[in-house]
Write a protein that binds this ligand. Structure first.
Ligand SMILES: [Zn+2]
Ligand SMILES: [Zn+2]
Length: 198
């Protein structure tokens, strides 16, 4: 799933002028319930073959890859059990031109940021691929307090050193850096990250 996400990131980076229709903003959303009133749920409890909103629940996850921006902000998440799923966030308020929007999406939804997803929606798309879909920003809470003290590749909290080229990824070891660079395409991602964020 990580490689798929990165391939899409790279494909989009190679076509910077593509236009995406933005979805019309929904008129209004009911105020989300308070986090404390929700029951915890994990990806195991969410059936990936049924299109359903899990009302009254909160899904706590960690972002594990960089996001790419189409109509929604798309990334990959992992829960406490190590289960992985795709995440799409619609209607997140991004400002500026497309490059500025992409940069903001990449920075805001970066690896190791924690996300609380209120009333998670398992969306089945027409290609039978499933995705956790967030319709409105009021349904998520982001926590980035310890994101930059963790290894971008393995997630371990450690003394981490940034990639000297893009300064956007951080590694706990040479080994993590090496695997990410070669096997997980950071070599190709790095240049684009640097361009978006400069
Ligand atoms: Zn590591
Ligand atoms: Zn880099």
């Amino acid at each position: 799933m990580l490689l798929k996400n990165r391939e899409l990131f790279l494909q989009l980076a190679a076509r910077p002028n593509d236009k995406y229709n933005t979805v019309p903003k929904p008129a209004s959303f009911p105020k989300p319930p308070r986090l404390a009133s929700l029951k915890a749920i994990t990806l195991k409890d969410i059936n990936p073959t049924i299109d359903k909103v899990y009302d009254g629940y909160v899904l706590e996850v960690k972002i594990i890859d960089f996001s790419y921006l189409m109509v929604a902000i798309n990334t990959v998440i992992e829960d406490e059990n190590g289960d992985i799923q795709r995440l799409a966030v619609y209607n997140w308020p991004l400002k500026g031109d497309r490059k500025a929007e992409i940069a903001e999406a990449i920075k805001t939804f970066r690896p190791n940021v924690m996300v609380s997803i209120i009333n998670p929606y398992m969306r089945l798309s027409s290609d039978m691929k499933n995705i956790i879909r967030v319709e409105n920003p009021v349904y998520i809470r982001l926590d980035n307090t310890s994101a930059d003290q963790k290894c971008t590749f393995c997630g371990k909290e450690a003394k981490v050193l940034p990639c000297s080229k893009c300064m956007m990824v951080r590694y706990c070891s040479k080994e993590c850096q090496r695997i990410d660079w070669i096997e997980f395409k950071h070599k190709e991602m790095c240049e684009h990250l640097k361009n978006y964020l400069s």
